[in-house]
Design a protein around this ligand. Structure first.
Ligand SMILES: O=C(O)CCC(=O)C(=O)O
Length: 262
């Protein structure tokens, strides 16, 4: 499967302009790279304009989810659509969405872990349902959002359910870029799966974001990595047989002793 990871800047508080930019990126990328699957970052319609989200957020995924469905159908690509601020059920959630080539929504996930360092609890509601494994072109994926990366207990069940690829969509600050890189390599090694992640660049409200979008293989080797501060597309193909090979060479899933785990 050929991936394009979009390492973008985000125009704060301008969902329409950001959607137009994503449409332009896809148009160009499809011409240049012919991806099967593209990956967008976290909260890419609004950026972290938390106090304004009441006005700026999508309502029940509108209009961004239909936009992604239209783009997926038009270009016949799968879209791991990052996440969007999303008003529903009396709250504002940070909702990730995945659309397949037919324009069908195959997964939605509300970010469960809210970030104390950003006062997210004041503005957002945390999801109460764990992310689920979904399929794109017959491959199994898990998807998490940014701070979730620090919680291996959220990710292990995805590996146990057969996920071969973990996608992380983020607005991770550059002050903690070493955590971003190291945790993804660790998640890839401990779960023996690919990790394919998109992080934004640029800055907002005094926070500079880390870029360093990344693809890591199940052995923990970095296959591609973005810069700190440039918008770019990381284009790469994954050989999914490597997941089986690594799981055969170091069979951790057979060695588990679940009865002693708390
Ligand atoms: O965990 C971190 O250091 C960053 C998390 C974050 O910025 C986010 O989840 O949006």
């Amino acid at each position: 499967m050929k991936f394009s990871i979009y390492q973008m800047d985000i125009i704060p508080g301008s969902p329409e302009q950001n959607r137009q930019r994503v449409a332009d990126w896809i148009e160009q990328d499809v011409k240049n790279n012919q991806p099967d699957t593209v990956v967008l970052p976290e909260m890419w319609t609004t950026a972290y304009t938390l106090p304004e989200l009441d006005v700026l957020a999508d309502v029940d995924g509108h209009p961004t989810i239909p936009f992604l469905q239209e783009q997926a159908k038009k270009h016949h690509i799968n879209i791991i659509g990052g996440s969007i601020a999303n008003k529903k059920d009396g709250g504002i959630y940070n909702t990730a969405v995945v659309v397949n080539r037919k324009g069908e929504v195959v997964s939605k996930y509300d970010k469960a872990h809210l970030v104390p360092m950003l006062n997210e609890h004041k503005f957002l509601t945390g999801g109460q349902v764990a992310p689920e494994v979904f399929e794109l072109d017959g491959l199994k994926f898990g998807l998490i959002i940014c701070y979730d990366l620090r919680f291996p207990e959220l990710i292990r069940p995805l590996a146990l359910e057969g996920a071969q690829v973990l996608s992380v969509v983020a607005e991770w600050p550059s002050a903690r870029v070493n955590h971003w890189r190291t945790l993804q390599i660790a998640r890839a090694i401990e779960n023996q799966m690919y990790v394919v992640s998109s992080n934004r660049i640029g800055s907002y409200d005094g926070t500079e974001f880390a870029g360093h979008s990344i693809a890591v293989d199940p052995w923990g080797d970095v296959l591609a990595e973005g810069s700190l501060d440039q918008e770019e597309v990381l284009s790469l193909s994954l050989d999914l047989e490597k997941v089986d090979q690594v799981r055969k060479d170091v069979p951790i899933f057979d060695s588990r002793v679940p009865d002693i785990y708390k």
